[in-house]
Design a binder for this molecule. Structure first.
Ligand SMILES: C[S@@+](CC[C@H](N)C(=O)[O-])C[C@H]1O[C@@H](n2cnc3c(N)ncnc32)[C@H](O)[C@@H]1O
Length: 148
């Protein structure tokens, strides 16, 4: 296939995983900076006009994987591919962030849930195309309903 290489790193207020909000209703409002390496800066051309971005990144401080696990937002086990667990066969994270501003190779964003220094693998504009009435939220919707 290919060997992934970081295009930059995340500057985040979170030094440890316990500081990152988890579980049902967790809000990700923390601001951070996506610091892109100089050799990839030209690739940011025209990114300023997008309000939100998909950030693909590496769970570099996670080891191994579990095919079944109980997430913090539920008390029942689910398959790893039905969750956002950091312990996955290919430890790739995906976060939607709001782009606040660009300062050369630095993208100031809101909504980080990564640790400081997390390697960034890719960035793409977020283009939502699923109408809300077609979106099903699986076990998470059930866990939210049980909590009410
Ligand atoms: C539940 S995952 C979701 C991440 C992403 N939004 C996703 O869906 O792929 C978020 C958790 O990953 C863990 N995490 C964040 N950065 C990490 C890193 N660089 N290495 C390992 N674990 C990390 C933290 O425990 C954080 O609460």
């Amino acid at each position: 296939m290919f060997t992934p290489r970081p295009i930059g790193t995340v500057k985040s207020p979170y030094a440890e995983t316990r500081e990152i909000p988890k579980g049902l209703g967790a809000q990700h409002e923390a601001q951070g900076v996506l610091e892109i390496l100089p050799e990839f800066e030209v690739g940011l051309t025209d990114i300023e006009d997008f309000s939100h971005l998909h950030v693909l990144w590496a769970f570099d401080r996670s080891q191994g994987f579990d095919l079944l696990g109980t997430p913090p937002s539920d008390n029942r086990p689910h398959g790893v591919f039905a969750t956002r667990s950091p312990r996955r066969p290919n430890p790739i994270g995906l976060t939607v962030v709001e782009l606040l501003r660009r300062d050369g190779p630095r993208l100031h964003v809101r909504g980080v849930d990564m640790l400081d220094g997390t390697p960034i693998l890719d960035i793409k504009p977020y283009l939502s195309s699923v109408p809300p009435e077609k979106l099903r939220r699986g076990w998470l919707a059930e866990a939210e309903a049980r909590q009410k």
